[in-house]
Design a binder for this molecule. Structure first.
Ligand SMILES: [Fe+2]
Ligand SMILES: [Fe+2]
Length: 303
């Protein structure tokens, strides 16, 4: 085994954390639309020099809303995947069953939390922002893939959450405290998920030959390609949402620049930060050096 993660320690860490959706949002806990929601290292609004400061903030908030929606989407496939994985071995290791069910319960809570925030966003932002979906269709498409490919995708997503919070969000004092709080509470539970994902990937790869492992990695890359298609659509939605919210029509040249900068920003946010995460690469390298090298050969396109 690659690491020191165990079901027992992940469960103990998870049980020590207690928060309810009502503790984070509702009553006077509301989004502040005078502030940015996303860190600039993920939003990439500054390179769009033809936008005013107010317009950059509007685009930043559109990206924040999309961030919640995209996490809502991916958690819709993670929840049934973890339940299916737990169900295959309900006897034997009690800590394993309890840790995986705790993981699933937290993911169901996160789905609801993101929906709740999205409602607050819609109530306060003023105009409608379209997002890719529907979640069930995206989840069904991802779950058609080899379970090892799905498990590596989940590993990627949950280490990515760690990286976003620690590298970009934690020390950013400009962000709306309410939005930042949401990301903090999400992050604190995702730490355990990332460790359990590592154990899931190891379990799914344990009886496979190297060829079978590499085939699972190709399916992970296919899922990445599917997500990338979705991101290209999301950039178009964000462009429409921006024009409507700011009441500004961009020129053709400005639209091209918007698409170029924002596609790169989206690719980095959802693909690059996960594919290049050291813990994802270490797990892949433990499965097979070729698996790690394959992903390293593809990741520069998303960075
Ligand atoms: Fe989550
Ligand atoms: Fe999670």
């Amino acid at each position: 085994m690659l690491d020191r993660y165990t079901y027992q320690s992940a469960l103990a860490a998870s049980e020590a954390i207690h928060w309810r959706i009502e503790d984070i949002i509702g009553g006077d806990k509301r989004l502040d639309f005078t502030k940015p929601f996303m860190p600039e290292s993920l939003a990439h609004t500054e390179p769009l020099t033809f936008l005013t400061e107010d317009e950059k903030r509007i685009l930043n908030q559109i990206r924040g809303n999309a961030y919640l929606c995209i996490f809502g989407l991916v958690e819709e496939f993670i929840l049934p995947f973890v339940l299916d994985h737990a169900r295959q071995q309900l006897r034997g290791d009690d800590y394993r069953v309890r840790a995986l069910l705790q993981f699933a319960g937290e993911e169901a809570k996160h789905i609801q939390l993101f929906k709740r925030f999205r409602q607050d966003f819609e109530d306060g932002f003023g105009t409608k922002c379209e997002v890719i979906g529907p979640p069930e269709a995206i989840a069904a498409e991802i779950l058609k893939h080899d379970p090892l490919g799905v498990a590596i995708t989940t590993l990627h997503i949950e280490w990515m959450v760690q990286r976003h919070y620690i590298d970009s969000i934690k020390d950013d004092r400009e962000l709306d405290p309410q939005f930042k709080n949401l990301l903090k509470y999400h992050w604190v539970e995702e730490v355990q998920h990332a460790k359990l994902d590592t154990l899931m990937v190891e379990a799914l790869a344990a009886s496979r030959s190297e060829t079978e492992i590499l085939s699972g990695v190709e399916e992970y890359l296919e899922i990445g390609g599917f997500i990338d298609d979705g991101l290209q659509h999301q950039v178009e939605f964000d462009l429409q949402s921006f024009e409507e919210a700011s009441d500004r029509r961009l020129t053709q040249a400005e639209k091209e620049e918007f698409r170029r900068v924002q596609l790169r920003a989206n690719r980095w946010t959802y693909l690059g930060t996960g594919m290049t995460h050291e813990n994802v690469l270490n797990t892949l390298g433990w499965l097979s050096l070729k698996a790690r090298q394959r992903v390293e050969s593809v990741s520069p396109a998303f960075c």
